[in-house]
Design a protein around this ligand. Structure first.
Ligand SMILES: CC(C)(COP(=O)(O)OP(=O)(O)OC[C@H]1O[C@@H](n2cnc3c(N)ncnc32)[C@H](O)[C@@H]1OP(=O)(O)O)[C@@H](O)C(=O)NCCC(=O)NCCS
Length: 189
């Protein structure tokens, strides 16, 4: 699914472009993924585990923009990607296809400017428009910034998995599962 390109303004007044990534952004997306994986412990992969080739990433981007049930959006500072978010189904079987999951990340130098909130609003809007009824995500239990963002946007904590993540320093981190009801008729939960 594609969205129309738009200008976004941060809390500090800087203007950036939010749009659907295109094939030509493949290398930049890979660079973004590697960089951000090195900037935070709160993503699933370490930089060396971002293994897609440029060709594979091009294929993924093409699928995201063509298929109607998935979507990817990025915030650009010039040609540089500074934020990325996507929505995709949990499963394609009848019993699960009303549920979607999402991911979101912003470069550290651009945190706390409101970009995460903008990306999340846009991804929720996309998920609603695709027709998903629930949006789900998983977050490290000690990722206070992300938890604050998700709660502010109406996600609720629906369970924890103890020691779900183990970092290279030997520490374990619990996982919080969160969900947001997109089926407005049905109220909050
Ligand atoms: C989580 C993430 C996407 C948020 O992006 P962002 O652009 O900083 O988000 P925003 O600026 O819109 O919102 C951040 C909120 O956290 C708050 N915040 C900042 N530091 C905080 C802290 N230490 N504890 C709690 N809240 C904090 C900010 O005040 C802001 O809330 P507000 O809008 O009510 O003031 C970004 O930090 C990120 O990419 N982190 C690394 C990857 C990651 O964790 N992704 C999520 C995986 S589930």
């Amino acid at each position: 699914m594609e969205i129309e390109e738009k200008k976004v303004t941060t809390k500090k007044g800087d203007e950036f472009i939010l749009r659907t990534p295109v094939k030509e952004d493949a290398e930049e997306i890979l660079q973004f993924r590697r960089d951000i994986a090195g900037e935070t412990k709160y993503l699933i992969r370490y930089p060396y585990e971002i293994e897609n080739s440029v060709e594979k990433e091009e294929e993924i981007i093409k699928n995201y923009s063509k298929a109607e049930h998935i979507g990817m959006i990025a915030v650009f500072d010039g040609k540089k990607i500074i934020g990325l978010s996507s929505v995709s189904p949990i499963g394609l079987s009848f019993k699960t296809r009303h549920r979607a999951c999402m991911e979101i990340s912003v470069r550290k130098a651009y945190w706390n400017l409101g970009l995460g909130s903008m990306l999340l609003d846009q991804i929720v809007y996309m998920a609603e428009n695709i027709g998903y009824e629930r949006l789900e995500l998983s977050v490290f239990a000690d990722n206070a910034r992300a938890l604050r963002l998700y709660k502010k946007k109406g996600f609720i904590d629906c369970g924890q998995i103890p020691q779900a993540f183990k970092t290279m320093d030997g520490h374990y981190h619990d996982e919080v599962l969160m969900t947001k009801n997109l089926w407005k008729k049905n109220g909050k939960y």
